[in-house]
Design a protein around this ligand. Structure first.
Ligand SMILES: [Zn+2]
Ligand SMILES: [Zn+2]
Length: 240
């Protein structure tokens, strides 16, 4: 069984508490916008994944909603900050409890090192500015909804082809998978949890996305986001 991620067009709201590509990141109040360890600049927000949307063991009825994964990668100097490397500090995967999340205020783009630490009525303008700033692209252009499609096939590529054949839609609308086994382009690079040292389960495997739409930069390859839910740890990498 493979749970495919299907690009389902523009999402209703950039701050919706749903699995989506692009939009604005949600986090607990007071969370600072993540900055790149290599260049010091603010990173780009890529995707938000609800772990409840990921296949695998069902949560018990009445259980609290599962955590939310937010993924960032540095695009200030594409290729220069090793944002494909889970240990470089050029990307960040953060796992948050689902309750009480709100949009992370954008850092001030005129000074990458300065973090905005208070809410202000300029936030909406700041988000608009980020779309226009070619040197500091902190948000993808637009927000894409993600639908899930389950295919019996356990091989990702074959599941993708089966979905396209069954739906009559282009395989390019399949932008990844939720859970399951990573379909590696190169070697198996499953990260270990920093806290418990166990191999981390895959949360989502992603492709760059379809044009027009928010296109992420994975060197035309695939990205992989992992999380150890008990330890609230997450990791992100890409291969091409
Ligand atoms: Zn950087
Ligand atoms: Zn762990």
């Amino acid at each position: 069984m493979t749970t495919l991620m299907i690009d389902s067009g523009p999402a209703a709201a950039p701050d919706a508490p749903v699995t989506r590509v692009g939009g604005v990141p949600l986090a607990p109040a007071g969370t600072a916008w993540p900055h790149c360890s290599a260049c010091g600049g603010p990173m780009q927000f890529l995707v938000q994944i609800l772990l409840d949307d990921v296949g695998g063991a069902a949560r018990p009825d009445g259980a609290a909603p599962g955590p939310v994964l937010a993924v960032f990668a540095c695009q200030n100097d594409p290729g220069g900050c090793a944002d494909w490397d889970p240990a470089s500090g050029g990307n960040r995967a953060l796992l948050f409890p689902a309750e009480g999340l709100e949009p992370i205020p954008l850092p001030r783009t005129d000074d990458p090192a300065e973090e905005s630490d208070e809410e202000s009525d300029e936030d909406d303008d700041a988000y608009d500015d980020a779309y226009d700033d070619e040197e500091n692209v902190l948000l993808l252009e637009g927000t894409r909804a993600v639908a899930r499609a389950r295919e019996e096939e356990s091989d990702y590529r074959r599941a993708r082809e089966a979905w396209a054949a069954r739906s009559g839609r282009p395989a390019s609308e399949v932008i990844g998978q939720l859970g399951g086994a990573p379909a590696w382009i190169q070697w198996d690079d499953t990260p270990s949890c920093r806290a418990c040292s166990r191999p981390m389960p895959l949360v989502a495997q992603l492709q760059e996305g379809i044009d027009p739409g928010p296109v992420m930069n994975f060197g035309s390859g695939r990205a992989y986001a992992f999380a150890c839910e008990p330890c609230a740890e997450a990791a992100f990498l890409w291969q091409c």
